[in-house]
Structure formats: structure tokens, C-alpha cells
Design a binder for this molecule. Structure first.
Ligand SMILES: [Zn+2]
Length: 213
């Protein structure tokens, strides 16, 4: 909005009216210029929200739904959206021709790919048994913290965490929250005490595997 008399863009809003059209939403302003005091009208129109395809992954399940968004809205990987299935995080934006991008204006997007932020976190736990590996999948609350050097119990093993692999990196220091952990590597210790027991969180256990490396 720019004053038609002096060209200043500083103004106060005297009146503000919303007109809902069939395809557009129009906001009509009555403005008073801060510089010269002229009173003028301004109209801002925005396309009405439209449904966009949204595919939400929940571990191995996917849900295909629609979400209403303003076509002018800027979307980016990592953004959160509130869908009818709860909060989701955008993981990819698909344009026409199956092209995938990290940022786009909603109107150009064919499908929004996202992961659910409502479900428990799932991560793997590997217990290194000198040449063999006991492997588990666990599900915990998303904010459950695991630190390097934690002593954990899982199934019949008590083990010390030595590496945490997250979506971004592998670390041998500090801690991570379950929602970003891919896998925890631990080595058995001869203790009877432990910091926590993951046994009740096991959703899948694999018999002993031979080390691949
Ligand atoms: Zn003016």
C-alpha cells in the first residue's frame, strides 16, 4: 500500500473489511497516510484455501488425505502443518512431473509428503556380541532421551551405549531424543544395574545376526 498523493507506505488503518468471494477472499482497507494525511482505499485479494494432496508416513504405514492451504502459501521441507490426522512435518514437495523440491509455493505443488509428529518414535538397538549382533526395534515416546554411556537393559542383555546414529550424524558423545534416533549401538557389560529397561518397548526382535563387516 502506497499513498497515491505522496507515495509514502506508512499509513494507519481506519477500516478493515473482509469480503468472502467464491474463489477469492478480498480484504478492503480504508487507510490514512501518516505523511500527508490523505485517505485512500486499498484492496488485497487472496485465493481461497484449496485442498492439496498430503501423504503422511507413520513408519511403514502411509495415509493419503487432503489439506486445505492458501495457494499463495510458501511451503518448505521441515515446516509443520496441522492436518486432520494431527501435526505433520513436511519431508518432500512433489511438483508436476514427479519433480521433488525443498521449497515451493503451494499452487505449484502436486503432492506434499510428510511424516507424522503424533506417533511414537521408532529406533533400532544393536547389541554387539563379538561377531554377532542382537537387533531390536523399539518404540518410545518421542522425547525419550538416550545418552552415550547409558547402561540399558533390553531383553536378556545389559549393555553400554557407545554410538548413537541420528538422522543427521553418528555420535559417540552427548545424547539424542528418540524422535531423531535411527539406531543405538551398545556393548554388553557385566553389571546388574542399568539406567532404564527398553524391553517393554520392543516391537520387533531379530535372532542373532552375523556381523556384516
Ligand atoms: Zn501521503
Amino acid at each position: 500500500m502506497v499513498c497515491p498523493v505522496c507515495g509514502s507506505d506508512e499509513a494507519i488503518i481506519l477500516k478493515n473489511k473482509l469480503i468472502k468471494g467464491k474463489n477469492k477472499e478480498i480484504r478492503e482497507f480504508l487507510l490514512k497516510c501518516d505523511e500527508c494525511g490523505s485517505v485512500y482505499n486499498e484492496r488485497i485479494s487472496q485465493d481461497n484455501p484449496k485442498p492439496f494432496r498430503l501423504i503422511i508416513s507413520e513408519h511403514e504405514d502411509t495415509h493419503k488425505i487432503f489439506i486445505d492451504l492458501f495457494p499463495d502459501e510458501q511451503l518448505a521441507v521441515g515446516d509443520f502443518l496441522m492436518s486432520e490426522l494431527g501435526k505433520v512435518k513436511i519431508t518432500s514437495l512433489e511438483l508436476e512431473g514427479e519433480k521433488r523440491v525443498k521449497k515451493a509455493i503451494a499452487r505449484d505443488v502436486k503432492t506434499i509428503w510428510a511424516s507424522s509428529e503424533e506417533i511414537p518414535a521408532r529406533f533400532g538397538v544393536s547389541i554387539d556380541l563379538h561377531g554377532k549382533v542382537a537387533s531390536f526395534k523399539c518404540e518410545t515416546e518421542r522425547d525419550f532421551k538416550i545418552a552415550v554411556d547409558d547402561i540399558l537393559k533390553i531383553d536378556k542383555y545389559v549393555a553400554r551405549v557407545h554410538v548413537i546414529k541420528t538422522e543427521e550424524r553418528k555420535t559417540t558423545k552427548g545424547y539424542a531424543k528418540a524422535k531423531v534416533i535411527k539406531r543405538v549401538y551398545a556393548k554388553p557389560v557385566k553389571f546388574n544395574h542399568f539406567d532404564y529397561d527398553l524391553t517393554k518397548y520392543i516391537v520387533q526382535a531379530k535372532p542373532l545376526n552375523k556381523h556384516k563387516s
